[in-house]
Design a protein around this ligand. Sequence first.
Ligand code: BGC
Length: 738
Amino acid sequence: MSRSYSSISYLAAFFMLVCCTRIEALERADLNERVEEILSAMTLDEKVGQLNQYDVGESDLKKAIAEGKVGSVLNAVGAALTDELQRIAVERSPHHIPILFAFDVIHGLRTIFPIPLGLASTWDPESIETMARISAEEAGESGVRMTFSPMVDVARDPRWGRIAEGSGEDKTLGSIMARAYVRGYQGVDLSAPTSIAACVKHYVGYGAAEGGRDYNTVDMSEGRLREIYLPPFKAAVDSGAVAVMSAFNTLNGVPASANDHTLRDILKGEWKFPGLVISDMYSIRELMPHGVATDAKDAARKALLAGVDIDMASGVYLDHAAALVRGGVISLSMIDDAVRRILRVKFQLGLFERPYVGDERDANKSLTAEKRASTRAIAQKSIVLLRNEGSLLPLSKSVGPIAVIGPLADSKPVMLGNWLGKGNADEAVSVIEGIRSKGRDIVLFNKGGDILNDAIDGIDSAVEVARKANVVIMVLGENVDMSGEAASRANLNLPGQQEKLLEAVVATGKPVVLVLMSGRPLSIAWASTHVPAILEAWFPGSEGGNAIADIIFGDSNPSARLPVSIPRSAEQVPIYYDHLSTGRPTGANTRYQTGYLDLEISPLYPFGYGLSYSDFEYRDLHAEVLLSGDDKVKVSVDVTNISQHAGDEVVQLYIREPASTIARPVIQLKDFKRIRLNPGETRNAIFDLNFNQLRALQPDMSFVVNPGIYRVGVGSNSAKLLEAPFEISPSGAIAREK
Ligand code: BGC
């Protein structure tokens, strides 16, 4: 009985799926026609309404929606609320155009994953895609159909708190991760209720803020912009991201939300981006304090001319755009173009067909075991093992009494990091809970004082507790509000008195495992020579405590790699691995070379670095240029796990380029692969580098493959590579350019 019932319902579901797919295909075919149909019936004021994004907190929100003055709403989350607001738009507004609900779903909505810097540390695009897919499902079920993610700003200055929100210092890693985010959020079919629009941010250059101070000035050459800062945006847009957010900062004197060069010439012109551009929050109004707009009307004019389609929360389009058109300052066709872009995205999302969510699924009301397992597995891959002297880790299960010390050890909120969506800290697993759940009943705990407090009165009692244990796990780092937006720091030290606490506990002579949690790389120079085992766990998400305990006790073998260089001190920043050589590189036997008199210039831990409980050996590197068919360089290397532990290695491939008209970076990441190796196992890793990956910037801002002798470097981080040469002959390079 039940079998036949289920097969009937299966058939019905299949039939519906086929029908729906056909209907959707039909709708897609005449999407432009439907957009034009609506557009032609709209008044100027209604068009301006589509360009206006209201925050859910606006007091006249419902009235404004009914009057057609709101095209999208930010921060409304939950099906009951979004459906209520949607009903007003669909039933009462002039053209029944549904609202697009947008929210910052950055590393999860309900199920919280590691912060983006931690996600980038996985060097595993699949993990990012899984995170984004689960986020999209939870968001869609909560009425949210656009996320302000991914943040793809390249960041090379850890003082900038928003380094936490991106994929680190490298454009190639950043581009690969950007594609994975977009694939995960938007899915194979954007119109599915569980797909959400990706809004790539912050366009552009925001990560290069002078002094690492948030919102600060950015000044860079067009070459650097095109070579380093634009590629992750291009990657996201090429992957189909339907929205881009214009940033807060000036770029060479022009604020991002008034920058027609980056928005109209590059994004909408060169790249032919068909989607919508939304300003960052209030950034249109902020054209006034920037000093480029005389008043709010002028700010609206500048942003419209630059190509910003939606005004996030400033209200200046609502107040002035229609008057600007009526006064002949802005053409109607410019407004029409913006409205078309917005309506197209609404159609692509299927909002006209399915404006409502209905009942929020139960899955969204609590964390399911399945989603917990997923975020735990990803968190395991995001925790970087920085040091492991004498193989202190993994700890044996019979290690005896363990002291857990530190202000973050029992904190649940810290596990989630900032931009925690609708995550619930009560459901997060703290480090001490994770350790206890391993059955370790002999755990002694001491907070060791307050992280923000300069008082040192917790130190003595922490030392006493340490003395009673066989091993000490110290959980130190930053509080959640010390990174993210408006959270720049002038130094990168452990905040408060934590360094003193660490030194006092290490002085007991007990073996110490340091677990760091932070939204940025911390300069831990002392710890890097005095503490035998160090893990950087970032802010690891809802299951963070379990994932950390899994690593500590060897139930998971660390495999994360740094997406950023860790400086010795803030005095070294900006610091990044793919710098130029200079005419006087370091290493020569002379004083007259680049560097400091009082500090090394190398980082404490290089880009791509991360240890494992396994050891890997690289042999037999070959690079061969193949010019028949698809031109490529085939790179092959043997990687062997020479340890007793099965583990994942992230095989990284870098290039050193030949001389060119514009100086080339000393080294550049081009590709990587995560491979799993059993003890004693050897695998042959093969990379196909296509010629596009070898293109280098030219003085006219084009990208061309330079002929000459290259060196390929393959290994486990940017400072530990096996190298081999290959040559691109002038004819090979020319053939490819045709
Ligand atoms: C941030 C954006 C964010 C927006 C909406 C701004 O302050 O810079 O990253 O998406 O707020 O919450």
